[in-house]
Design a protein around this ligand. Structure first.
Ligand code: C2E
Ligand code: MG
Ligand code: MG
Ligand code: MG
Length: 289
């Protein structure tokens, strides 16, 4: 019986593997088509000043709802795109789509906010500044409305490309944030040399600060280091008031997370930004009462 069980679990395993491989192959085929037929879309998440509670910018995040497999995680979309030489096409589409959206909001009377775009490693070889400026120009937008986020890993691994990339962005006033800070390998001396304006502390640290004193100290110190390096600091993944309050007392500049808003469809963004600002006014009133 034991042997039989082992045999059937092996079959189940093979079946799972088969299903996985099949899924992956299907997604690879479908991504190209999805890109051509604009089946991908972007959602936007507010980044909020922890001192004034105003929404200061947005981060855009990629979404793909597949007919068969449902929502595909963005990191999986990116990894498929990287493998199939679609990453540059996809990245350029994201930048241009974000510009188109900012323009649409502006036409609806919504004051344009800078949008941060996540940049996948292979795009570091491109002239990103030129690509961004071209999209901005095409949509009649001023410089500064597109920012980029690179991850620490790419900051270390593709050191050469990233180092070549950053000064050009700085010359064009394109602000760069180092994403998921604390999960990668960046050394402080290296960070000091790079023209990066913002540090984003990874959610894995933020989610522990309410309970764990070591995490609390760590985050407090990371904020200090960011400031010492002349950077603004964003805390990712703030989910409750306690975390927001703590981070504000640590002088963390900005916050992002479900407490303020989940990533939203673009049509919901103007109302959401108004609501966040209003909640801030309410709590200011309560505090003075
Ligand atoms: P990221 O850039 O660090 O994005 C933050 C992720 O945390 C997003 O997940 C967001 O939905 C999630 N998040 C935000 N606030 C909270 C919170 O309070 N609680 C929790 N539990 N999660 C929160 P998402 O959209 O699944 O994206 C995951 C990662 O995929 C991103 O991490 C980014 O590295 C990558 N990614 C997403 N969109 C793009 C894109 O357009 N291009 C590239 N190259 N990468 C992307
Ligand atoms: Mg990001
Ligand atoms: Mg992040
Ligand atoms: Mg992250």
């Amino acid at each position: 019986a034991k042997e039989q069980a082992a045999h059937s679990s092996q079959m189940l395993f093979d079946f799972d593997m088969d299903a996985q491989i099949h899924r992956r192959q299907q997604l690879q085929k479908d991504l190209r088509i999805a890109l051509e037929r604009s089946k991908l879309h972007l959602v936007y998440q507010p980044i909020v000043s922890l001192q004034t509670q105003q929404v200061v910018s947005l981060e855009t995040l990629l979404r793909w709802d597949h007919e068969t497999y449902g929502a595909i995680p963005p990191l999986e979309i990116i990894s498929i795109a990287e493998k199939y030489s679609l990453a540059n096409t996809l990245g350029c589409w994201i930048i241009d789509e974000a510009c188109r959206q900012i323009d649409e909001w502006r036409n609806e009377g919504f004051q344009p906010l800078p949008v941060a775009v996540n940049i996948s490693p292979s795009m570091h070889q491109l002239d990103l500044a030129a690509i961004i400026n071209q999209s901005l120009k095409q949509h009649n937008l001023p410089q500064g409305l597109i920012r980029i986020e690179v991850t620490e890993d790419t900051g270390m691994q593709i050191l050469k490309e990233t180092q070549d990339l950053l000064p050009g962005l700085a010359r064009h006033n394109i602000s760069v944030a180092l994403d998921d800070f604390g999960t990668g390998l960046s050394s402080l001396s290296h960070l000091q040399q790079l023209p990066i304006q913002t540090l984003k502390i990874d959610r894995s640290f933020i989610s522990k600060i309410s309970e764990d004193q070591v995490s609390r100290r760590l985050v407090h110190n990371i904020i200090g280091i960011g400031h010492d390096l002349g950077m603004k600091v964003v805390a990712e993944g703030i989910e409750n008031e306690a975390e927001a309050r703590l981070l504000a007392t640590y002088q963390c500049d900005y916050g992002q997370g479900y407490l303020f808003s989940k990533p939203l469809a673009p049509r919901l963004i103007p109302a959401c930004c108004r609501e966040i600002a209003m909640t801030a006014n309410d709590s200011a009133v309560t505090e003075t009462c």
